[in-house]
Design a protein around this ligand. Sequence first.
Ligand SMILES: Cc1ncc(C[n+]2csc(CCOP(=O)(O)OP(=O)(O)O)c2C)c(N)n1
Ligand SMILES: [Mg+2]
Length: 562
Amino acid sequence: MKSDLKARHGGKILADALAGHGVRAAFGVPGESFLPVLDGLHDLKERLKFVICRQEGGASYMAEAYAKLTGEPGVLFVTRGPGATNGSVGVHTAFQDSSPMLVLVGQVGNDFVEREAFQEIDYRRMYGPLTKWVSQIDRAERIPEYVSHAFHVATSGRPGPVLLALPEDMLFSEAAVADAPCYRAPKAAPAPADLQELERLLGAAKNPLVLVGGGGWTSRAIEALRAWAERTGVPVAASFRCQDYFDNRHACYAGDVGIGLNPKLAQRVKEADLLLVIGARLGEMTTSGYTLLEVPVPRQKLVHVHAGAEELGRVYQATLPIVSNYEEFVLALSSLNLHSNWNENTKDIHRSYLEWNKPVPMPGALHYGEVIAWLSDNLPEDAIVTNGAGNFASWLHRHFRYKGWRGGARTQLAPTSGSMGYSVPAAVAAKILHPRRTVVAIAGDGEFLMNGQELATAAQYGAPIVVLVVNNGMYGTIRMHQEREFPARVSGTELKNPDFAAYARAFGGHGETVERTAEFAPAFERAVASGKPAVVELRIDPEAITPTATLSGLRAAALRKR
Ligand SMILES: Cc1ncc(C[n+]2csc(CCOP(=O)(O)OP(=O)(O)O)c2C)c(N)n1
Ligand SMILES: [Mg+2]
């Protein structure tokens, strides 16, 4: 009964609500705007770790990575205006990557609102396009209801970020209110008629291809898909930066359909008589700029399975659209009565992947492709590898064989939004959640310094990640495009870098500089053995702009075209 409940201030009700929804860690930078929340978290230290970061951009990426690893909403706390603006990058990433996230942001009290008071922003307008829902809690007794609503919106259908603003007076006010029970995400399953049609389409397919991706997968779904592929011999490709959804060493693995796509795989996608797309949105990066499939009606028969009904038919009209969560779908798929065996085709596709996966010679004394191949062969199977955006990631995506999900969680953390600065914070979150697993961040020299300061967070929370900084002295991706479009006119893409190993040591970490291929393995092993957050700088030849192209080659080709 209400009268038996003890009054709590808003901050405490909120902190208790988070713990009640199973939140094990939240990330943020404090602000005077939400002191009662800090006070509420004080009593929950054993259950809910509040990881304090050095910049809200880092904190928001950590919350997003938490979501990728747990499948549960990643919680981010930021203060008013400046915190809310700094924190937006991880929210956009969560939106594009379909990762559930709850952003809790301070707001001026209701006594001052709409005067453009100190740091005041209208979050509904600012965050509307970046989130699934933005709201504000005006009464402390309604906190359990709003937080429950937020968890349900973040995790239902296509998962994504939601934001709740917390007016200061509301947080200080007291209410006697019961906590809500832990959220339960609703799940959709394929209808019997959909399954019948799917059985018929698959039964008639000669060279089908499965494409997996998106947010909202579970390790049971991943495992069931592997077992089904094994039984039917169907080839399975991964969408952009979802390469760990299928063990790359498996005979059914076809490769990834993203940036730097194997042309032979592109051909296979185009020539498939049936595409079974599970979870991927079929965005720009996964369709090679909407060319692998024609808009709006693909030539291939398309079965598009998505948990968000509004994603179906958004770009592509599917032969058979199915609204379903992925575990429910893959389990139903496994029960279909199929006598097909697509092994012959699949052998060819996997052989082409293996060819593509091998490092190609590149200029300079340090062969970065060989470094990635070494990591692929030598890291523990459950190692978590993170990366942000930049050309350095093409070697990783091409030469690393992701081993699938391990221990119920992902082994690849990378932004499909192509956002720089993700590698380090994602690795810190991963190491805090999985202290016994090896966590390696792969960064560019530009990418690294967008959130390199989170090495301090790694040091503070005892999270010994290893960061490889691939140093080519430039914003290489942009330089690549520049040489293609405006050859020999270098502008705005050069970088003068610090001593990265010394930078790591300044944070109490371990630093290494590598200039030759043979130096890498021992340097990496020393970095892991140090037990500290570590940076291994890889000084690569700036000529090596992609795994197969050189800068001067691109320049010459562009000049010839003029
Ligand atoms: C936050 C953000 N800012 C800018 C960009 C545009 N951008 C994409 S890649 C890139 C350069 C990355 O440089 P670096 O990390 O050194 O990697 P490299 O391409 O040299 O391997 C830039 C500026 C982006 N994707 N994200
Ligand atoms: Mg660079």
